[in-house]
Every structure is written in structure tokens, then in C-alpha cells.
Write a protein that binds this ligand. Structure first.
Ligand code: DQA
Length: 150
């Protein structure tokens, strides 16, 4: 199973950027923390980041050739990008919307997501650990693995 973890604008600044909101881990640090999780699940991960809307659209359009699913933290484009929404709507791949912060608990302009209606689901508010949760959720979805009862 191959997944693309795609990150949008300003996420290259994680670790330095508003650490009270986004935490102190860098994107490279998050990537390193996710590697053993993915390995245990038998998932191969590729990571990409761009500050440019069109480049993110290009990644989503190219994804079906190489990946089984996309985990997308679209950053601020989440709230504004019809182009990203259309790219996600047009792909046959499942796309999981991810945020470090709980966008619903923040400014009103972050409450709306352009992309949520065309995504598989949303994980938000768990900080850097959200990436691990997203990998587990997407792997489970692709395996159609039932959630174990408590
Ligand atoms: C974010 C939330 C967005 O509202 C914001 O613009 C970001 C990061 C998050 O991961 O919490 O850049 O996607």
C-alpha cells in the first residue's frame, strides 16, 4: 500500500510557526515519527509539501498513477480553494483531510472547509499525532479492516 502525505502552504514552517497552535515538531520530525508506524502497517509513504495551490493540484492529479490514497493537510487552502476541491472531486483515490489544530475551535474563517465534502473524512485537533492517526485511518479504510471492539 502506497500513500502520499501532501502538505500545503506554511507547513514547511512547522516547528517555528506559532508553536502554541501547531506544536514544536518540524515536518521532517513528524515524517520520522510516522516511519515506524507506517512500516508496522506495511504502508509505504511519500511526503510532499508545496506553498503553491497549482502544485498541490498537480500532486493530486498525478497521485492515481502511484498511490492508493492521499492524506492532505491543505493548510489555508482548505478554506479557500475551489481548485483543490475540484481536483479531489475528480480523483478516484480516497483523500483524507488532516489538520494539526482543531479548526472548528478557531477563527470563524477556519470553520468552513472547501474540501471536506469531497474527502473521505477529517482528522483535526490532535497535533502532530494526527498524521499517525491519518495513516492508520487510511490504511484501515483501504484494507476495509473493521474497528476492533473494546
Ligand atoms: C492547518 C489549519 C489551517 O487553518 C491553517 O491555515 C494551516 C494549518 C492545521 O494543520 O491545523 O496552515 O491546516
Amino acid at each position: 500500500m502506497q500513500l502520499l502525505v501532501l502538505n500545503g502552504p506554511n507547513l514547511n514552517m512547522l516547528g517555528q510557526r506559532e508553536p502554541d497552535i501547531y506544536g514544536t515538531a518540524s515536518l521532517d520530525g513528524i515524517r520520522a515519527a510516522c516511519a515506524p508506524v507506517a512500516e508496522r502497517l506495511g504502508v509505504a509513504l511519500d511526503w510532499a509539501q508545496s506553498n503553491h495551490e497549482g502544485a498541490l493540484v498537480d500532486h493530486i492529479q498525478a497521485a492515481p498513477d502511484r498511490y492508493n490514497g492521499v492524506i492532505l493537510n491543505a493548510g489555508a487552502y482548505t478554506h479557500s480553494s475551489i481548485a483543490l476541491r475540484d481536483a479531489i472531486g475528480a480523483t478516484a483515490l480516497p483523500v483524507l483531510e488532516l489538520h494539526l489544530s482543531n479548526t472548528a475551535a478557531r477563527e470563524a474563517f477556519r470553520h468552513a472547509s472547501m474540501i471536506a465534502p469531497v474527502c473521505l473524512g477529517v482528522i483535526a485537533g490532535f497535533g502532530a499525532r494526527g498524521y499517525e492517526l491519518a495513516i492508520r485511518a487510511m490504511a484501515g479504510h483501504l484494507c476495509d479492516a473493521p474497528v476492533k471492539p473494546l
